[in-house]
Structure formats: C-alpha cells, structure tokens
Design a protein around this ligand. Structure first.
Ligand code: DAS
Length: 372
C-alpha cells in the first residue's frame, strides 16, 4: 500500500467537512437510502456497508474536536469516497439504513437492520457485511445480530471514538479493518464481530468499557484476534451459540417483547422496581444488581411481586466482569428467577427479548442464558 499523502489525507478530511451539505444528511435520522458503488473488480469479494450513523459518520468544527462534535452527519457514500483504500480490499458499496446517534436506537431500528443484514447475507454475490454504528449501543446491536441472523458469512459491526475530522481519528482504520475482516473467508462462522482499535472482538462478548478513549471496547474473555496492516490474525473462536447455530431467526420475529432494566445501588427504593413493573406489556425485568447480582432486601418483594404477575426476573450485575452464579446471592430456584450468566444488563435485555419471542418458561429461559 503506497505511503499516505498527508495532503490527500487532509483533502479527505476537507472532503468530509465539505460533505456536510444539507443534502448529506437528513434532519430526522431517517436518511434516504443511497448506494455508492465503484466499478466491481473481478476476483474481489463484494462487501456491503450498512450505515446507521454514530461518530464514525460524525464531524467536528475543527481538528481538535475529538470529543465534542456531532454524530451521524456524513453519508455512507462520502465515507466510502473518503477511504479509497477500501477498494483495494473488496468491491464495496454502501446503503444508508439510518443516520442516527446510537443512544437513540429503538427495537424497531434493530428489527429493520437485522432484516436488511439477513437479506443481504442470503445474496450469493455478497461475501460479507459491515455495519457502521454509534459506539454507545454498538454492543447491543452486535449481540442482537449475533442471535438472529442465520448466516456464517462475516458480519462486522464498527464504530469510532473520534470523528473523521479530528486529529488521530480512528474511524478510517476501524472501517478498513472491518471491510478486511468482512472480506476474509477465515472470518466465516465466528459469529458477529466488532473491529475496533486493531482488535477483532466477539459481538457477544465485547462492551464499551471506556467512554472517551479509542481503546474503548473490551471483553473480559479477550479479543478473538487482531487486524494488522490489512491481515486478520485469529487466536480463539466463540464458545456460545450464534448465527447458524442459533435457534432464533429474524425471519420469525415480527416484534420484540417489552423488557426493562432496573439498577441496584445503596439505598435503592423498592418504588423503582414497582414503577418499572407497572410498565404496560412488560415481559421481563433485568435487575442490574450490585456485586454478584445482589438484590437489596427491600427490593426482593418487588421482584417477587413482578414474578407473581408472570414477569420474568433476570439477575445481572452492574459489575462489568465476572458472571452471576445461580442460587448464590439469591435463591433463584425458590423464586423462579433467571441469572444472566456473564451478560451485562443491556446484553441480558437483548437476549431476554429474543428468548421471550419463543418461551415464557423460566427453566427454558435459563437454558437459553447458559447457551447464548
Ligand atoms: N453518540 C454516540 C453514538 O452514536 C457517538 C459514538 O460514539 O458513535 O453512539
């Protein structure tokens, strides 16, 4: 790969800034679907980038704005034009699915995105799929796709912690790495992946553990591999069920059940749980407990009351590492509760929603939390 010409790179940044015309993005997040295709080169794999917004499509007023900027501004075809190295790896085209900051994602966004990913994965000419996404809820989307898209083709979710207009922006290399992995046959069958900061992370395991550095995404079980200078290096494979080994499929999901999270902390009032338990149509409560999923003694009756109304109770933990042990801090067998294993509360909510599309039986739910 030829040395990067700082002038060209500066032009690229200028191009990105110039892209911020009113036409480059929609005001309401419902960006028009656009497709930017370069002339396909024979022998190169075809990779589709589904863009949803986030910092990787963000822009700041100046190069020193690495943390204060606007997310979800640059359209996918501008991202592709601004990174010509992509075409050395694969035939790349883009679709603008949404243009939103990911903290504003909804269940409907998850369903629309997963349906598009699954549809593209069924196309014989598509080798792999990249989803550009805000980092705030990237881990939730990556896990959702891991559970419901029945394909062994590489699906790589990618974001960035700095906008493309900032000094030492991380989005360009993260995106190039994502396309590299999505185009790699050795990435097949490894579940949904996340490429950030030179690492290949499991979409199931990884979470945003640092909210202001480029080394933001970690898994307590470690990365699956690395991407270095256009090559992927693998060191382990996922142990839990995913994609083609999943019993769930987006083709059989029309809507997602209502699952909410309550958060444990010193002096937490019972009223918090009672209020959430009154949510119309609530199917499950995820309790983000202290320590190993501990529940304050004044909150236990509130969760028992919710359970008595048929609401599933799932014990997770606010502690980012470890896993919740069944029947340790609480008598889960006696209370008919479920433990979230090593899943953080937000991922436990994703799995609970998917699992509840098939069963309300708490023993079946527990099996699913052990296996996924
Ligand atoms: N607001 C954040 C989001 O869209 C920006 C980012 O980190 O991507 O998730």
């Amino acid at each position: 790969m030829k040395p990067i010409d700082p002038v060209r790179r500066g032009l690229t940044a200028a191009l990105l800034l110039a892209c911020l015309s009113p036409l480059a993005f929609a005001q309401d997040g419902a960006a028009p679907a656009t497709t930017a295709a370069s002339a396909p080169q024979a022998g190169k794999p075809n990779v589709v980038i589904l863009a949803t917004g986030g910092t990787i499509a963000g822009a700041g007023a100046s190069t020193v704005n690495s943390a204060s900027y606007s997310a979800a501004k640059v359209a996918v075809d501008k991202l592709i034009i601004g990174l010509p190295e992509l075409q050395t790896v694969a035939n790349v085209r883009g679709e603008q699915v949404f243009q939103i900051a990911s903290e504003s994602f909804t269940n409907d966004n998850l369903l629309v995105l997963a349906r598009r990913v699954a549809a593209l994965a069924r196309q014989a000419d598509v080798a792999g799929i990249v989803v550009t996404h805000g980092t705030d809820t990237l881990e939730e989307t990556a896990y959702f796709l891991n559970l419901v898209v029945p394909t062994d083709k590489p699906i790589v979710v990618v974001g960035s912690m700095r906008p493309g207009t900032a000094l030492s922006a991380d989005g360009a290399l993260n995106l190039l790495d994502a396309v590299t992995v999505a185009a790699s046959a050795d990435a097949k069958g490894k579940g949904v992946l996340v490429t950030m900061n030179d690492e290949i992370q499991s979409g199931r395991d990884t979470a945003k553990l640092v909210n202001i550095k480029t080394e933001a995404f970690k898994s307590q079980w470690g990365p699956l591999g690395m991407v270095v200078e256009g090559r992927s290096y693998w060191f382990r494979a996922p142990a839990k069920r995913h994609t083609t080994s999943s019993e769930f499929s987006i083709d059989r999901i029309t809507t997602l059940p209502v699952v909410e999270i309550v958060y444990g902390y010193g002096s937490v009032p019972r009223a918090q749980v009672d209020a959430v338990a009154a949510t119309p149509g609530l199917a499950a409560i995820v309790h983000a407990g202290t320590g190993n999923g501990s529940v304050a003694d004044r909150v236990v009756p509130a969760l028992q009351a919710a359970r008595a109304k048929g609401i599933a109770v799932i014990r997770s933990s606010r502690v980012p590492a470890g896993f919740v042990l069944r029947n340790a801090e609480q008598p889960d067998d006696k209370y008919d509760w479920v433990v979230a294993h090593d899943l953080n509360p937000q991922k436990a909510r994703i799995l609970a929603m998917v699992a509840l599309t098939r069963t309300r039986d708490s023993r079946e739910l527990q099996r699913i939390f052990w296996e996924y």
